[in-house]
Design a protein around this ligand. Structure first.
Ligand code: FMN
Length: 194
């Protein structure tokens, strides 16, 4: 029976599936930091944009990379394209606490000593401004110090062209990597007053 009082209804086609974070697919990235004097990398699906000048990466507390990030206050975030996906996946299969991942990628250190993956199409070098803790996780709130892009993922006017980069996406429920889709329409082309 339908109860429409206060817009509450017990008639719905949706099934309540519990409290899973449902914001997928998300870009998959490789986060890098200097840990014990060497770069360490891990693959990350849980990151986000905060405002126009901060980003966040959410890491499980036991990961080896976390201590390196906390010691140096710096990390890099590399967007993953299909070409670098096999190595990126490897960075998520083993921990730096057991296996040396420092030579997994060719890299260089930028002027702030942050490891930057050479083969990644786009890398952000960041400073940690804050750490937001939730049970089992440390989410690193970062300011963006530098963004490095390969020429072939830029438009003629120097903007990032994600149609060219084709970032790999991640989704948790089936634990798979997805290809980036086609363009549907320019933003606001549906809703803007004509
Ligand atoms: C596709 C994929 C996405 C992942 N996303 C995250 C993530 O968002 N946060 C996290 O803490 N770990 C994530 N992981 C797990 C870490 O990448 C993995 O445990 C890694 O080996 C930790 O490395 P470290 O101990 O050297 O830091 C993910 C793993 C895979 C395969």
């Amino acid at each position: 029976m339908e109860n429409t009082k206060n817009n509450i209804t017990d008639h719905t086609t949706k099934t309540e599936i519990g409290k899973a974070p449902a914001l997928y697919p998300s870009p998959v990235t490789v986060v890098g930091a200097m840990a014990d004097g060497k770069p360490n990398w891990l693959i990350v699906g849980h990151q986000g944009i905060i405002g126009h000048d901060h980003v966040m990466v959410s890491l499980a507390k036991p990961h080896y990379t976390n201590q390196g990030i906390k010691d140096t206050g710096k990390l890099s975030i590399a967007m993953v394209d299909e070409a670098m996906l096999p190595k990126a996946d490897r960075a998520g299969c083993v921990s730096g606490s057991k296996v040396d991942k420092s030579e997994l990628f060719d890299y260089h250190l930028n002027e702030d000593g942050v490891p930057v993956i050479d083969e990644a199409p786009l890398v952000m070098a960041c400073s940690v401004e804050n750490i937001y803790e939730t049970p089992g996780f440390e989410s690193f709130i970062c300011t963006i110090d530098h963004v490095y892009a390969e020429e072939d993922v830029l438009t003629d006017s120097g903007k990032i062209d994600y149609r060219k980069m084709k970032p790999v996406l991640f989704e948790m429920p089936t634990y798979e990597y997805l290809k980036t889709g086609d363009v549907i329409a320019p933003c606001m082309s549906f809703g803007r007053d004509k």
